[in-house]
Write a protein that binds this ligand. Structure first.
Ligand code: ZN
Ligand code: ZN
Length: 178
């Protein structure tokens, strides 16, 4: 995990670039175990970090290709992701009175850092979670699986009648008749 000490950040700023693969961010991803995805390509981050008074400003772009599961047909599909973040971190002990108002006007997110260290990897990972689609689809037009026979309707149609498709209980009814 990539971290930076607040003392190392100058007012002129630092240009940073780093890459992380799946194993190196696994520990952090475990905290989000309910989210089902994989990294197909390393997570690449380009960031500019600088000090503005007591706070630290981070402007970064996070890029990767994720592997997601389609909620309709359950297939895995690649999901290219490129996300920009604009973050202002304030020291945790300082109350963000005046500064907060200023930040809201600029529509920037603000959060806090603790212990003189900024965990840049975590910030990059969190950005992925913010940009994950709530209901991933391999394609907007994905037909999904037949609720009766389970066939992938993107590949071929099945012989189930519209009647059966409308009622998920049809399988049960048939079983009872037999
Ligand atoms: Zn699909
Ligand atoms: Zn079917």
């Amino acid at each position: 995990m990539f971290t930076i000490k607040v003392d190392e950040i100058t007012e002129e700023g630092l240009d940073l670039e780093w890459e992380e693969d799946h194993p190196s961010i696994m520990a952090f991803l475990k905290n989000f175990s309910q989210i089902d995805f994989d990294l197909e390509e390393p997570l690449r981050t380009k960031a500019r970090v600088w000090k503005a008074g007591q706070s630290v400003v981070i402007q970064a772009t996070v890029q990767t290709v994720l592997q997601l599961h389609c909620v309709r047909c359950l297939k895995e599909f690649p999901y290219p992701l490129s996300s920009a973040l604009n973050l202002t971190l304030l020291p945790s002990k300082k109350a963000p009175h005046e500064e907060e108002v200023e930040l809201k006007e600029e529509e920037m997110e603000s959060t806090f850092f603790e212990g003189g260290e900024i965990r840049l990897s975590e910030i990059a990972c969190e950005q992925i979670f913010l940009d994950l689609p709530y209901q991933p689809l391999c394609d907007e037009a994905c037909k999904g699986l037949c609720p009766v026979c389970g066939k992938d309707l993107n590949l071929s149609n099945c012989d189930c009648t519209p009647d059966e498709l409308e009622s998920g209980f049809s399988v049960l009814k048939k079983l009872r008749l037999n």
